[in-house]
Design a protein around this ligand. Structure first.
Ligand code: AMP
Length: 220
């Protein structure tokens, strides 16, 4: 099964993709994480993409499609995966359809996690993320038990360099301009499942599972 998770920055795509990929035994491809890894490694690709990420704008389609396509070739994606943060443009969505068609596969559903803009600004502003397991926290709404430390794995928490007020506004602008047309793209293909992203984390996960009309299975 191949799923796309759609939603604005801060909607909870990463959190939900991590939960649902576990429940359904699917690989999890997060394009933003792939880019951040490349930057952290000091790889050539990292140097190319850092400037785009710091500004809050999209990395060019060609670079993004190439990176995701390489990740999709890895063995854990053979029977399916969740795409988190990809596609973000119509061109990427078309490229993804082609990548999967060449494997005799297709996107089964696109899950849209819907959250009002006011709430997104609040969430992104106080966001802290575990450097090891990527679990997100929020200063006000879901702080860690020990400041600066992940409750789950003890990893160090950090704030993303693109979670500044100015960059957040730009990322949201880019989302509304370039990514929201994907909602119509998947709706026209009768693949769009919309869930209320304002609910609690577990409730959103339940809505996704029931929206997909699936029963969760034990993780592999
Ligand atoms: P994210 O972690 O998904 O919020 O992504 C962080 C940043 O990585 C974005 O603001 C973009 O600069 C870049 N990025 C991630 N995914 C994509 C994509 N599918 N297309 C273009 N740029 C992307």
């Amino acid at each position: 099964m191949f799923l796309v998770f759609l939603g604005a920055p801060g909607a909870g795509k990463g959190t939900q993709a991590a939960i649902i990929s576990q429940k359904l035994g699917l690989a999890h491809i997060a394009s933003g994480d792939l880019f951040r890894e490349a930057v952290a490694k000091g790889a050539e690709l990292g140097k190319t993409v850092k400037a785009y990420m710091d500004k809050g704008v999209l990395v060019p389609d060609k670079v993004t499609i190439q990176l995701v396509s390489e990740r999709l070739n890895e063995p854990d994606c053979k029977s399916g995966c969740i795409f988190d943060g990809f596609p973000r443009t119509i061109e990427q969505a078309k490229a993804l359809d082609e990548m999967l068609a060449s494997r005799n596969a297709a996107i089964d559903k696109a899950v849209y996690i819907k959250v009002p803009q006011k709430e997104l600004l609040k969430r992104l502003g106080g966001r802290w993320i575990c450097r090891v397991c990527q679990t997100p926290y929020h200063e006000i709404t879901s702080p860690p038990k020990v400041p600066g430390k992940c409750d789950k794995c003890g990893g160090k928490l950090y704030q993303r360099s693109d979670d500044t007020e100015e960059t957040i506004k730009e990322r949201l602008r880019v989302y509304f301009e370039q990514t929201t047309p994907l909602l119509d793209y998947y709706k026209a293909a009768d693949k769009l499942v919309t869930v209320n992203g304002e609910l609690g984390i577990e409730e959103v996960a339940e809505e996704i599972i029931s929206g997909l009309r699936l029963k969760s299975v034990e993780p592999k």
